[in-house]
Design a protein around this ligand. Structure first.
Ligand code: SF4
Length: 217
């Protein structure tokens, strides 16, 4: 068992169990050279966090296309980079607690009108998986904000200048969302084989043959 789970850990498993096994079970160092895009994404996230924390007076130039939205978040005193974790009973716990079952770092979070607003900065392309990631964040954050009645999620595509429409999730939806996540995590934790699942993920896989890694794909 490899806890705590996170969005990236679970999606790595679901993309390819073997890739997950190399990365999280055997801790095999990746063979792929460091990605320029990943480094850029981290730098942009960090700049956004500094702006929301008041360490930068002017919004970072990379946020030009979503500047109005970003300034609005700062005016609301939205919290950046919130580290949250829950136990397997979906109770809140410290991010580094040994009993942490699932955890995540939420780019933007704030309370307003009995609702909890959760937003995520994205660089690069729009992917179908992004709204699924936001559901996981709702399930996670809800444990830390038990008094709110609903959750509002949005994705901020920094490069494309897109801020998605608010998606409202009522507290009554938490149970099925969490049951689904528990089921997905159980499948991963019960796996004893970690088969390869060759497909589009091989293109960027740290362990693929083309980068000199141990996987034959
Ligand atoms: S190269 Fe493909 S099949 Fe092999 S571990 Fe990576 S994603 Fe899985």
């Amino acid at each position: 068992m490899s806890r705590p789970w996170s969005y990236s850990r679970l999606s790595t498993y679901e993309d390819c169990p073997k890739q997950y096994w190399y990365k999280y079970v055997e801790n095999v160092p990746g063979f792929r050279p460091p990605s320029v895009a990943a480094g850029r994404g981290s730098a942009i996230h960090e700049a956004g966090e500094k702006y929301l924390m008041g360490e930068l007076k002017v919004y970072p130039p990379e946020y030009q296309r979503v500047s109005g939205h970003l300034m609005g978040l700062k005016a609301k005193k939205a919290n950046p980079e919130k580290k949250l974790a829950v136990t397997s009973e979906w109770e809140p716990c410290d991010y580094k607690a040994p009993e942490a079952y699932l955890r995540g770092i939420i780019d933007v979070i704030y309370e307003e009108n009995d609702g909890l607003h959760i937003q995520d900065f994205k660089t690069g392309q729009v992917y179908d998986s992004h709204p699924v990631q936001m559901e996981l964040y709702v399930a996670l954050a809800a444990a830390h904000y038990p008094a709110v009645t609903h959750y509002v999620t949005r994705l901020i595509y920094v490069d494309k200048g897109i801020v998605t429409a608010p998606k409202r999730t009522e507290a009554a939806r938490l149970k099925p969302i969490r049951l689904l996540l528990d089921g997905r995590i159980k499948i991963a934790e019960d796996d004893q084989i970690y088969p390869t699942r060759a497909g589009s993920s091989c293109r960027w896989c740290d362990y693929s043959q083309k980068y000199g890694g141990p996987c034959p794909h």
